[in-house]
Ligand binder design. Structure first.
Ligand SMILES: [Zn+2]
Ligand SMILES: [Zn+2]
Length: 157
């Protein structure tokens, strides 16, 4: 029982940290020395983008942590590894569904537009696409502004 609480709490905390980490790597690396690949996300391309490789780059680490957590001799370290892997996966799937699926229309999830929060996420992310600058974060920046504010900034850009 206690073990479940540990990995669930770890997973939720890591999913939150991943948003901060994603905002950091997006601003410092994707728009830095890796812009060569990230550019494919800011220009019209076909069904797949070179940027997808960047998006998927954390998946092998998450898989390895989950496998280690399940297969190695049970200990606190394996419980934590499993939690970190699940948290990374939770963030990765959310990002895939909301960013690629909803905001960029690559998956049939337009129903998310019924929720104000996701409309705000979309408005904020469009600011990034219009200007190529901040916000680099995805899930957190929209929490600080109202939808009208987010849309107004978008109109201006
Ligand atoms: Zn985007
Ligand atoms: Zn970008």
């Amino acid at each position: 029982m206690e073990e479940h609480l540990i990995w669930i709490a770890t997973a939720l905390f890591v999913a939150f940290l991943m948003e901060l980490w994603a905002g950091f790597v997006h601003g410092q690396m994707w728009h830095g020395f890796l812009y060569l690949m990230h550019r494919s996300h800011h220009e019209p391309t076909g069904p797949f983008e070179w940027n997808d490789v960047l998006s998927a780059s954390h998946a092998p680490i998450a898989i390895a942590l989950i496998v280690y957590g399940c297969e190695a001799t049970p200990a606190l370290s394996t419980t934590l590894a499993f939690g970190v892997g699940v948290g990374m996966t939770l963030f990765g799937l959310s990002y895939l569904v909301v960013h690629d699926g909803f905001v960029h229309g690559r998956l049939p999830v337009s129903f998310l537009g019924r929720f104000t929060y996701f409309k705000k996420v979309r408005a904020h992310h469009h600011i990034h696409h219009a200007k190529g600058g901040a916000p680099y974060g995805f899930f957190l920046p929209p929490l600080r502004t109202s939808l009208t504010e987010a849309s107004a900034v978008r109109e201006m850009s």
